[in-house]
Design a protein around this ligand. Structure first.
Ligand SMILES: [Mn+2]
Length: 283
């Protein structure tokens, strides 16, 4: 029995099939975890969602920013963005089943036995495990609530740091922004937009921020940041977004021995100028 964590799929269904074949995945024996961004930008988001939904109960999915965007579009609160490739899901006869399944998925998963956390983008550096779990539960309760559609648009406020005495929506937006969008932060843990080239003094990748509060014995596996090319140079911090949809590769990390497996991917389009510009929030 092996557990594989698979990075950002973004609708790259054919590459997922190729990767599962190459690792001889056997759903009776092996377990799959997915680091979020199952959908969008790639060609087969509908097939990807349907396939993961029917996997065995022990499958783990955490939600990414593109998955939250799908929930918001499906709720009818926002039109599709020009680069979105979500039309087939929205038109599918099983659309409601898929959306209702997706919104039940967590934003943080913790495996006690493996001492491993799975998250799409990262954690606020000031969070220990208990704090991260408490915030994740708040956001998950909202997404699972009966009236989530009415208010989901309010999860997208540009809150870049933790504040007390803020509205419920600012608070939930802050939680969503950390779990599904963080890349860089300052030493107080404020989110900083992506910077190309060398980082200015006082700006850090979230996992390298001085004074990070997460207990040292835990491993964190995350996606979201293809420019890292899967490398963080920090012990127990594993990035597995190797840029499948951008013509990189799709990676599976076997947690049992930390061995990586990957398959190459064709590029499904150039990163548009607009996407680059919005990279800190939307890619
Ligand atoms: Mn992402």
């Amino acid at each position: 029995m092996a557990t594989y964590v698979i990075g950002d799929l973004q609708g790259c269904f054919d590459e997922l099939m190729a990767l599962l074949e190459s690792i001889h995945f056997d759903e009776k024996k092996d377990c799959l975890w997915f680091a979020g961004d199952l959908v969008n930008r790639g060609p087969k988001s509908l097939e990807t969602l349907r396939f993961i939904k029917q996997l065995p109960q022990n499958t783990v999915v955490v939600l990414g920013n593109h998955d939250l965007h799908l929930l918001r579009v499906a709720a009818g609160k926002t039109p599709l963005f020009p680069d979105d490739t979500l039309e087939a899901i929205l038109a599918a006869p099983d659309r409601n089943d898929l959306i209702n399944w997706l919104r039940q998925q967590p934003v943080l998963y913790f495996d006690e036995q493996k001492k491993t956390l799975l998250v799409h983008a990262g954690l606020a550096p000031q969070w220990n495990l208990a704090t991260a779990q408490r915030y994740a539960a708040e956001l998950e309760a909202f997404l699972r609530s009966d009236d989530y559609q009415e208010n989901i648009e309010q999860l997208f406020l540009p809150i870049d740091h933790f504040q007390n005495n803020v509205s419920e929506w600012q608070r939930l937006s802050m939680i969503a922004n950390y779990f599904t969008r963080i890349r860089l932060c300052d030493k107080k843990g404020r989110l900083v937009p992506l910077i190309e080239g060398e980082l200015p003094k006082g700006i850090y990748p979230w996992y390298a921020c001085p004074g990070r509060a997460l207990e040292k014995e835990f491993t964190v596996v995350f996606g979201h940041w293809a420019a890292l090319k899967g490398t963080t140079h920090v012990d127990r911090i594993q990035n597995i977004d190797t840029g499948c949809v951008w013509g990189g590769s799709l990676t599976a990390l076997r947690l049992d021995d930390m061995q990586r497996f990957d398959v190459g991917c064709p590029s499904y389009g150039e990163v548009s100028t607009a996407s680059r510009h919005n990279a800190s929030l939307e890619n």
